[in-house]
Design a binder for this molecule. Sequence first.
Ligand code: 6GU
Length: 233
Amino acid sequence: MTLRLDVVTIFPDYFAPLSLSLVGKAIESGLVELGVHDLRQWTHDRHRTVDDTPYGGGAGMVMKPEPWGEALDALVGPDTTLVVPTPSGRPFDQATAYELADESHLVCACGRYEGIDARVVAYARERMRVREVSLGDYVLNGGEVAVLVMTEAIVRLLPGVVGNPESLREESHAPEHEGLLEYPVFTKPPRWRGLDVPEILFSGHHARIAQWRREQSLELTRQRRPDLLPDAD
Ligand code: 6GU
């Protein structure tokens, strides 16, 4: 099963890096079909205008609804989920990535951060699944970088994209890991600049190594992300 991904943006060049690395290979091998579309192709005036001043006043510009309406008319199919990156969206997390990796067609609408006229999402919600998502509590200038981030998070979960599926199971936020942060990892040499690899990792005792790693994960999570731990009464 392939994932079709259409991105609508006024900055198509942002998406050049998707031809690199693991996502690039997924596209080459046909596991992902990527279309990057310039929103301005759906304008009809000489200046290819995509924004205008906000009703009610205030700073900045708002993206006009008409080009977005035509873009969605052109790209949306019977099984489309519209993904709208916005700092006011629901948090995008690993569970969201798994859910979106299960879809067959994603259309990503990159707005500038003052946003797209709210009627575009209201109209879309009546006709398709819509996910307004945020990467975190900070503001980006537009949705483009957010779509790069989400694309990488989603595409690596598609069957056949990551060479060894075990590496998906062991990483931070993996469901099998109870959503804990990943334990520290080490490789050769055993001593480097006076720092030793923890002795337990040479023991060959798999159960004890697993227990040590779980303790490390728990401690790291307690220090850095206590919000991820189940509430202790
Ligand atoms: Cl998804 N979009 C924008 N424009 N800013 C953000 C964001 C998304 N997530 C955090 N900040």
